[in-house]
Structure formats: C-alpha cells, structure tokens
Ligand binder design. Structure first.
Ligand SMILES: C[S@@+](CC[C@H](N)C(=O)[O-])C[C@H]1O[C@@H](n2cnc3c(N)ncnc32)[C@H](O)[C@@H]1O
Length: 241
C-alpha cells in the first residue's frame, strides 16, 4: 500500500522484504474479507498487550497459512500467530479456521518485523519462516528477511530454549541463512546428521510454495536452530546435492 512515495506497510529506514500485498480484489470483496478477518486479527500495535497463557508459535510470511492452520487444529493447547502481508491468501485461511473452529489462531496483517518488535520479550516457543522470498538477484539480496535485524528480533522474542525454524529451496539462500546464523552466534543448529537438514519436522504440511519448488525440481532444506550457544554441531553441514 502506497501513499505518495511512502510505503505504508514498511517502517521508515527498513527495506521491503515482500512483493505485492494484494491483487485484484473488488471493493466489495475487500470489505467481505476484512469482515471475515476481524475476529482473528491481531495488529502489530495490539501485540504489545498480547500475553500468551500457553505455548506460542509465530510464523512470518505464512502465505495461505495452511501449514500453521493444520498445526492449530492438531495442537489446540498452543497459541499461533500467523503473519502475512499478502491479503488474498488469507481468505482461504479464514475459511479453514472457521471450519475447524480454531480459537487459538491470530492473524497479523502487518510487516512481521513490527509484530516481533512489539510482542513481549521471551514470550514465544517457536518462530517459523517457511520459504522466505528468495530475492535472487545480487542487488535484491539486501531485502532478504533473514538477516541480523531478524535474528536480533528472534533472539528477543524466543524463550531460552526457543526454536527458530526456516525452510528454503534456494541453495544460495540456505548458505546465506547458515552464514547469518553462525555470525550472529545466538542460535545453533540441532541437526546431528547431514540428512536431518532434508527431513521435514513432524508437524509439516507441504506449503504452496514448496509444492511449486518441488515441481520445478528444487529440494527443500529444513533448518532448525535453537536459541543459546552450543557449537557442537557446527560441523554437521547440510547436504547440498
Ligand atoms: C515465497 S512466499 C512463501 C509463502 C508460504 N510460506 C509458503 O511456503 O507457501 C513468502 C511470503 O512471505 C511474505 N512476507 C515477506 N516479508 C514479510 C514480512 N516482512 N511480513 C509479513 N509477511 C512477509 C510474502 O508476502 C510472501 O507471501
């Protein structure tokens, strides 16, 4: 959303880490979607007052949110916050949440970095980023959401033994993530065997982006990092072939 030259979705001084925020919605459809979203909405502003009473999982850039919605159904005692700036995918998500009568799901339709900044410190058990926008061109790479700023925010958000989970299908982004995480020095990988980087977690539901990547011949890496400092596994690198 733009107002003159100003990007209303992105705080000044921050680069936009995403593409479009909506497409081809008539005013009537937009209104309909806004009404449906209302019961689930948690704004980045409201996050300041959010006090989870149980385990909390936060996802950044959830797309249509199918994976997180499945978790919300299977883990009714856990609270979920799914963040996504692209509005269109949220329609199907709200239908699913309503169908499964999920009371443990919040949707944040703001820049995820604002959400993370405003949630209380050390309130989350997991932070999940499934297939962040790859920004493949050299001049675009500065837009990649996994960077020092995000790791600082993750370090603030997660509890002592909290987990940062990232999936990607782009070899160059996988290496980028490893470099960022190792340099940051507050998260360590839990993989003990190289094959674990290619094994989806128990709660996995293949996402829309992953399906597209597999169809196009790319393979996923599933990267689980724990908050804390333990370098014992740093030699267990992911398989790259
Ligand atoms: C490549 S898509 C992957 C979507 C979904 N996770 C999947 O696997 O199908 C990345 C998504 O992240 C969203 N995104 C990127 N930066 C974001 C940010 N700062 N806050 C919220 N969403 C963001 C984009 O709008 C996009 O939908």
């Amino acid at each position: 959303m733009k107002h003159g030259d100003k990007d209303l979705f992105v705080k000044e001084g921050r680069l936009r880490s995403f593409g479009r925020t909506s497409s081809r919605l008539t005013q009537k459809d937009q209104q309909k979607l806004d009404d449906k979203l209302k019961p689930y909405l948690l704004t980045a502003q409201q996050a300041k007052e959010f006090k989870p009473q149980s385990k909390l999982v936060v996802e950044i850039g959830m797309g249509n949110g199918a994976c997180l919605a499945q978790r919300a159904k299977n883990e009714p005692e856990t609270q979920f916050i799914g963040c996504e700036v692209y509005k269109n995918g949220l329609n199907a998500l709200v239908n699913t949440l309503t169908e499964q009568n999920s009371q443990n799901f919040h949707i944040c339709h703001d820049d995820a970095r604002d959400l993370l900044e405003n949630l209380p410190p050390q309130c989350a058990d997991e932070l999940v980023v499934l297939y962040p926008d790859p920004w493949p061109k050299n001049k675009q790479k500065k837009r990649r959401i996994v960077n020092t700023e995000l790791l600082n925010l993750a370090n603030r958000l997660l509890k002592d033994d909290g987990v940062l989970f990232i999936a990607t299908d782009i070899p160059d982004y996988m290496m980028w993530i490893l470099r960022e995480v190792y340099n940051h020095d507050t998260f360590f990988p839990i993989a003990t065997k190289p094959t674990e980087w290619a094994t989806a977690p128990d709660w996995w539901l293949s996402t829309k982006y992953e399906q597209k990547a597999i169809k196009q011949g790319r393979s996923p890496w599933y990267m689980t990092f724990k908050r804390g400092v333990d370098k014992s596994n740093t030699k267990c690198a992911p398989l790259t072939t």
